[in-house]
Structures are given as C-alpha cells and as structure tokens.
Design a binder for this molecule. Structure first.
Ligand SMILES: Cc1cc2nc3c(=O)[nH]c(=O)nc-3n(C[C@H](O)[C@H](O)[C@H](O)COP(=O)(O)OP(=O)(O)OC[C@H]3O[C@@H](n4cnc5c(N)ncnc54)[C@H](O)[C@@H]3O)c2cc1C
Length: 417
C-alpha cells in the first residue's frame, strides 16, 4: 500500500491529524490496533473551556455533557475554590467524542484501518519517507509513506522505532472509576485532593452529572501501589460521604506521559503528536484537547510540507504559534513538580495544591519549600479571606487568556494554522 501520510493511532491526536491531511487532499491512512474507537476509555473526561477556541472545529454541544464552574483544591482541612476563566470546564463522554473525531477523519477522506497494529518502520536514508510494517490479524501489510505521524499514545511504538526508550519511570499512572448514584457536595465543582494517597500527584472527584462522577488517583511515583492509594482515597471521610450510595460501574485507568519521552517532536519525515509527544498540560496533565490541537498542527504541517515544500522542522514553531507557548511553559514545570514530589509530607501537598491552583507561582516554589509549612498554609488561607487578592488573581488570569486567544487568532489568520 502507498500513501502520502500514515497516521499511527486513532485517538484524538491521530484522528485530528488525519482529518487535517484528508481535508488537504492527501492520501491518508490511519491504523488503529484496537477493534473499536473509544473503547476502553482511559480518561476522566474533564476538559478546560479555555482550550476550546484553539480547536480546529466548533465543538458540537451534545459532546459537552456537564458544565463545571471551577475546581476546589483540598489538603486536609485547608481548601480553596477557583471559579470561572481558566478554571471552568466540561465533562465529556470521552467514548462518544473519540467516535465523533474518527468520523470527522473519515469524512475528510482518510482511510481508517481498525485492528491494525504498527510494528516497525524503515526510514529512507534521505528522511524523505519510509515503509511501515502493519500487523492485521496474521498478515503483515507494508505501507509506503512520505510522512508518518506517530499518535500512538504514551507507550509509543513509533518512538521506540526511532530509537528512543519508552520507560514506565517517565510515565504518570492513574486509577479511575466511574461511579453512579453518588451524592456530590457540589456537582458544579471538580474536587482535587492532595495527600499521602496520591504521592507526587492528586486524587479527584470529577462530576459527570448530578449523581455520576469519575473518581481517581494519579501519581508520577512509579513505585506507588495505586490500587491501595485508591482505597485510601475513597476511605477519606469527606470522599466516603459522597460515595456512600454510589457504586463503580466502569474502570477508566491508564497511563499518561509525564516527563517527555523525547525532547524532539520531529525525526526526519516522522512527526509525533499527542501523548506520544507528551503534549499534555502540566501540572494537571490535561491531554485530550491538546492532543486534538497538536494533532491538527501535525497534520497541517505535513500537508504544507507535501504540497508546498515547507520543511517539517517547522512543526515546533507551528505548535508554538497555535498554543501560544502554553505547552512550553507547561514543560518547564516538570522538574519543579518532580522536586516537589521529592519533599515529604504535608508541605509538598500544600505546595502542589498552591501551584496547581496558581496561588503559588513556579518562581516561589523553591523559596517556600525551604520555609515552614505554616507559611504555605497562611498563604493559601489569606487568599481565601481576601476579596482583593481573589479579584486580582482572577483578573490577571482572564487577561492572560484574552491575550493568548488573541495571539492564537492573529497567528491563525497570518499562518493559517
Ligand atoms: C486515567 C486517565 C485519565 C485522564 N483524564 C484526563 C482528563 O480528565 N482530561 C484530559 O484532558 N486528559 C485526560 N487524560 C489524558 C488523555 O486521555 C490523553 O492525553 C489523550 O487521550 C491523548 O490522546 P492521544 O491521541 O495522544 O493518545 P491516545 O488517546 O492514547 O490514543 C492513542 C491511540 O493509538 C493506538 N495505538 C497505540 N499503539 C498502537 C500501534 N502500535 N499501532 C496502532 N495503534 C496504536 C491506541 O490504541 C490508541 O487508540 C487522562 C489519561 C488517563 C490515562
């Protein structure tokens, strides 16, 4: 088989990349090893509203299931709530959204081959294309491509083929269950908990409706016993009270790439998109919308290369233009988050909660880490009590979003990205 663009993986990044290539008139093949799109789900289904304007399409309303006003950050008895602006979000039906994305790719003209696993590839010496081996049932299919987009998730086989080591030590793990029949304190708020039950991470209650929620624990500590962490979390009195009439109906656990598996996102004629390129936004490791956005940029970069001769090395620059450096800033947080998780106990949880809620800036973390736990607590509590501080942080965040959206809109007009 021959194609212009081979996309590996029909998750959000791959389908978005394929839709962009198909719409540009390129012969595009997407291979997906699973037999069905969107099954099983490995996601808590929370997406930040502030990222919706970056999408290459207008999101159908029926895919946005439940509106969330903000987030509550909780460390034992210390808690604060951030609402509106960058803190508002939606709960999605991830399975339905993935199916919609794959249909969009097919409608654009891409060929989607299910139950087809990418095994290996040989790249041309001139990096102008290559040949991939795809396993479908007992058969190996060879696919010649001019550009390949690796969108095969956190444990990327494409990345391994390029000689990179894909190790679990650089991954974040999450155990998530969907519960029905829960009695939520506030169905309009996501709840984020920090404590021993989530070393180097956080636990969450993400409402999907008034009486349904995803309950999960995620960590970057590779040696943590996550099943035990989950049990410890659901035993917390505040959590237990909300789950008392509920029952788990679906497991959604999985892996996210936390530390980038590679600093490169382009290897000759191969581009990486989504989790395979660690394109999720830290500190909350939000990856669904970034995968769609970056997949679209990868597809459009491939199309410009094949149709106009533009170099594929412009991929990173194109990403920067679309996402206004959000991802680059997010990558800078990685070492900071690792440093915080190396600290022990409550101080690390308070710091992490303050950083996640943007009440502690990255620059302040090391100074606060040297001080007393009380300093951090009083910092969070004084914000809680001060209307002025709340107004100022809300206003500056909203202005930053307006600026980033305007920047992306201007870049989109100029560069058609
Ligand atoms: C437990 C959990 C909870 C999460 N919660 C959230 C959340 O609430 N909000 C949020 O924004 N993000 C969340 N994420 C992250 C989000 O799910 C990912 O960032 C997103 O799915 C990335 O999309 P992707 O297309 O890059 O990768 P994936 O969705 O992983 O898709 C990759 C696809 O490639 C296929 N594939 C893999 N290997 C091969 C191969 N060799 N050949 C062919 N096909 C292959 C896979 O089957 C898969 O379909 C969560 C992740 C996890 C694990």
């Amino acid at each position: 088989m021959k194609c212009d663009v081979l996309v590996v993986g029909a998750g959000p990044a791959g389908c978005s990349a394929a839709a962009a290539c198909g719409a540009a008139g390129l012969k595009t093949i997407v291979v997906e090893r699973k037999p069905e799109i969107g099954v099983p789900i490995t996601c808590s289904g929370a997406i930040g509203s502030y990222l919706l304007p970056y999408l290459p399409f207008k999101t159908p309303k029926n895919l946005l299931k439940h509106s969330i006003e903000g987030l509550e950050f909780i460390v034992d008895e210390v808690s604060y709530v951030r609402r509106g602006g960058p803190w508002s979000s939606y709960a999605i039906d991830r399975s339905a959204f993935d199916k919609w994305l794959s249909q969009r790719a097919v409608d654009s003209g891409a060929d989607l081959i299910m139950s087809a696993e990418f095994i290996d590839a040989t790249l041309d010496k001139s990096w102008s294309g290559g040949r991939a081996q795809i396993r479908k049932k007992d058969e190996i299919i060879e696919v010649d491509f001019k550009v390949m987009i690796g969108a095969d998730g956190a444990r990327s086989r494409v990345l391994e083929t390029l000689g990179e080591r894909v190790s679990d030590a650089r991954m974040g793990q999450a155990v998530v269950y969907e519960y029905e029949g829960v009695t939520l304190e506030s169905p309009e708020l996501d709840q984020l908990y920090f404590g021993d039950f989530a070393p180097g991470g956080y636990a969450h209650i993400f409402p999907l409706s008034d009486n349904r929620a995803n309950i999960g624990v995620g960590t970057i500590a590779s040696d943590a016993d996550l099943r035990q962490c989950f049990q410890d979390f659901v035993a917390l009195p505040r959590v237990k009270a909300q789950l008392k009439d509920g029952r788990p109906v679906l497991e959604k656990s999985g892996t996210v790439s936390f530390e980038p598996l590679s600093l490169r996102r382009q290897y000759g004629s191969v581009l990486l998109a989504g989790e395979a390129a660690s394109q999720n936004i830290k500190p909350l490791v939000e990856g669904f919308l970034p995968a769609i956005i970056c997949g679209d940029v990868a597809g459009k970069t491939a199309a410009r290369h094949l149709l106009n001769g533009e170099s594929l090395s412009r991929y990173q620059r194109n990403l920067d233009r679309r996402l206004g450096l959000i991802l680059r800033e997010s990558d800078r947080l990685i070492s900071l988050l690792e440093d915080i998780s190396d600290l022990s106990g409550r101080k690390s949880y308070l710091l992490l909660s303050g950083l996640c809620g943007n009440l502690i800036s990255p620059r302040e973390v090391s100074k606060l880490a040297l001080g007393d736990e009380e300093d951090i607590t009083s910092r969070l509590e004084s914000w809680n009590k001060s209307r002025l501080k709340q107004f100022l942080s809300n206003a500056s965040e909203r202005l930053a979003i307006i600026y980033l959206h305007a920047q992306a809109a201007v870049n989109n007009k100029i560069y058609k990205l």
